[in-house]
Ligand binder design. Structure first.
Ligand code: URP
Ligand code: ZN
Ligand code: ZN
Length: 435
């Protein structure tokens, strides 16, 4: 099959007072051992400055061992940011921008900024992505839990319930509809958010929903575990939801409501997670998944008969390449494509855990998980990099993949714009109003 492409990772990311434990080398080791041959990471601007953010991520990626691309987060708005967005698209091969509707006081944007950003994305042919949670309400919810004396990891889930994800998803969808630009909703974790996407799609809107592995197979009962080290490793945002949501997300993935699977790989070790041992608001948010994604989706979706092998290739690889306009160079085995290829043995079993994984973290949210379907060989641009349980990778061998704007999700947008303008029946020609 074509190698997996993970549309959503955070390697070497400075976040919540610390830095993710996996950098571009250890993250790539994990990815390649798990059958993923490309990923798209999120550049975080430096004090809102996109150029400085990109420079910093270029340095972070100097030890890359496989191919990667960049999305860029937008965290503040002014004319300079708007100009830099254009430079990112036209000169640096970035064709997607992410807006965080949560993380008040750090990454969160206002509706005003989101509207400006959607407009700019549309004019550049870049895909707007949202982290959809109502950040103001989350801050209220967090204070409510602290006032109730709930300071442990369970407070994380209780303070930001699905309704806040559903609200922000609906708001982002409506604003994207108002601007008439495609929207990509990252880490869809709840039925509430998924149903907003389903409704918008039914109405013909171009909305892409990305579930992540943790949301597809885990439930929030872990957050109530009495051992802080265990409970805190499941803290991510939006939170892993109570049992029932994951099955609904799986069904939505099977039926095409949700289109491609990411990981949101954003790992912190148990020492970093312990920053929040007396206040859940300080637990760095994030879970692992880069190494596990291909195996878990095979085991939980193909092995159980929920999706076909063809759909597996689509949701783990091809769809991502198409959405981000790098198909068929990536996401396919065709003449002229990069030779990113995996061999998965459906008969071979796996057991996951921190003792065998390649991430630098000392914990794993899939600890002890067993299943069937193992990637036995990974080929990255024609080189065998994973075989017989042995990695053969070199720091610096990974290449940056430029992604061009105006991918297929923009096809025909100008026609619906023209239809909208024609429908306005305005301006009405009027004589001077008499006093
Ligand atoms: O908990 C998460 N998701 N951490 C990474 C940052 C983000 O929101 O994507
Ligand atoms: Zn996010
Ligand atoms: Zn993320």
């Amino acid at each position: 099959m074509p190698g997996g492409i993970d549309p959503h990772t955070h390697l070497a990311m400075e976040f919540m007072g610390t830095v993710t434990i996996d950098d571009f080398f250890s993250g790539h080791a994990a990815a390649l051992a798990g059958g993923t041959t490309m990923h798209i990471d999120f550049v975080i601007p430096v004090n809102g400055n996109l150029t400085a953010g990109l420079e910093s991520y270029k340095q972070k990626a100097a030890n890359a061992a496989m191919d990667y691309g960049f999305h860029m987060a937008i965290t503040k708005w002014n004319d300079e940011v708007a100009r830099e967005m254009e430079v990112m698209v036209k000169e640096h091969g970035i064709n997607s921008f992410k807006f965080f509707m949560a993380y008040k006081g750090s990454l969160m944007v206002t509706d005003d900024l989101l509207l400006q950003g959607l407009q700019k994305c549309k004019s550049l042919g870049a895909l707007a992505m949202v982290h959809a949670e109502n950040g103001d309400a989350v801050a209220e919810g967090q204070q409510r839990m602290i006032d109730l004396g709930i300071t442990g990891p369970e407070g994380h889930a209780l303070s930001r319930p699905p309704i806040l994800e559903g609200e922000a998803t609906a708001r982002a969808i409506r604003l994207a509809k108002f601007i008439n630009t495609p929207l990509y909703v990252v880490h869809v974790m709840s039925i509430d958010a998924m149903e907003e996407i389903a409704k918008a799609k039914r109405e013909g809107q171009r909305v892409i929903g990305e579930p992540v592995v943790s949301g597809l197979v885990l439930d929030d009962s872990w957050l109530w575990n009495p051992d802080f080290t265990i409970a805190s490793k499941y803290v991510m945002s939006p939170p892993i939801r109570e049992a029932g949501h994951s099955k609904a997300l799986q069904a939505a993935l099977s039926s095409g409501i949700l289109q491609l699977v990411g990981t949101d790989h954003c790992t912190f070790n148990s020492t970093q997670k312990a920053f929040g041992s007396d206040d859940f608001r300080k637990i760095p948010n994030g879970v692992n998944g880069l190494e596990e994604r291909m195996h878990i989706i095979w085991d939980s979706m193909v092995e159980t008969g929920k999706i076909s092998v063809t759909d597996y290739v689509r949701v783990t690889s091809t769809e991502c390449a198409k959405i981000f306009n790098i198909y068929p160079r990536k996401g396919a085995i065709l003449e002229g494509s990069d030779a990113d290829i995996i061999i998965l043995n459906p008969e071979r079993s796996f057991v996951m855990g921190a003792h065998t994984h390649h991430s630098r973290s000392n914990t794993n949210v899939y600890e002890g998980r067993k299943g069937k379907g193992m990637v036995e060989v990974t080929i990255s641009r024609g080189r065998v990099v994973w075989e017989d349980g042995v990695l053969n990778i070199a720091p610096g061998s990974g290449r940056y993949v430029r992604m061009l704007p105006f991918g297929y999700v923009f096809d025909g947008i100008e026609k619906s714009d023209a239809a909208y303008r024609a429908s306005l029946r305005a301006p009405v020609q009027r004589g001077k109003a008499s006093a």
